[in-house]
Design a protein around this ligand. Sequence first.
Ligand code: ACO
Length: 324
Amino acid sequence: MTVRAVIAGVGHYLPERVVENAEFEKTLDTSDEWIRTRSGIERRHFAAVGETTSMMGTAAAKNALADAGIEASDVDAVIVATSTPDLTFPSVATMIQSELGMRTGFAFDVQAVCAGFIYALSNANALIVSGQANRVLVIGAETFSRIMDWTDRSTCVLFGDGAGALLLEAQEGAGTADDRGILSSDLNSDGTYRDMLYVDGGVSTTGTAGKLRMQGNPLFRQAVSKLASTATAALEKAGVDPEQIDWIVPHQANIRIIEGTAKKLGLSMDKVVVTVQDHGNTSAASIPLAFSVGKERGQIKKGDICVAEAIGGGLAWGAVVLRV
Ligand code: ACO
């Protein structure tokens, strides 16, 4: 018998305020046309004043629990992927644990920027497979609007806020690729790329939260090759051929990166869940958001093979292969 971490519920939350590209034309030397053609983004959601990462993560988690029909008290662990926590500590995960009314189990944050949800899923899978937890809530939640430099047109038009959550549950499998649940993961990082994408502040340096800085073009080139190679490595580990993939659920940073990666994997865009036009880049929240929206749209169904892949600051990148 093999223990598998199977998706029992999915949910998301998006803040009410929607900002169309045209709004940036009022304050920056940019255009809706540039943003659309270079990134595929048309609009994004921004958190309201006072609305925090933990609030959005809690809302997404409640939706995932409702989707699964499971009480928070029956969850053993909460893992939150975020780079924009409410406070330096305690973790967003413990805040969400408390908001959900959980007084048992354990909760912690994972920080791997845009790859955070892949790292969190992989950690949750390890906890379930090793028997340390039976049910794990895995949440990606971000308020990147709080670390934008609103005078930097090369970054501030690209990001958005939101949260998504998956509830994973231990179930018995046969140990083959026909099982439901997480079939494999592939994680990578290389800290020599630190200057490609970083925040210019922090606790032990400036004592401030800082603003996001990015070398967009070199990062773009790294993204396509690293995403295709990590997805290929994860597929090999799972024993799944690319033609068996039903859906790629990619990190939503740029439609051209998403298209380039699908092409390298030999897959057409009708096998890719795309939400970047409506959400922008929501960092660690983008994959669970896309997963939840893809399910709502009727794209992702029970039994489908999905490949989730992401790259972000670090650089850190990775992929997870799962059967829904
Ligand atoms: N409006 C108009 N012009 C702009 C804007 C804007 N908003 N932003 C940049 N430009 C200009 C630049 O100044 C540059 O002008 P120049 O040629 O006169 O110098 C020109 O447009 C082209 O700039 P590039 O950076 O070369 O454009 P590119 O085609 O690479 O697109 C982008 C930029 C969208 C940032 C792209 O490089 C990208 O998506 N990079 C990867 C981002 C990514 O993968 N992030 C994932 C991780 S995110 C995370 O971990 C938090």
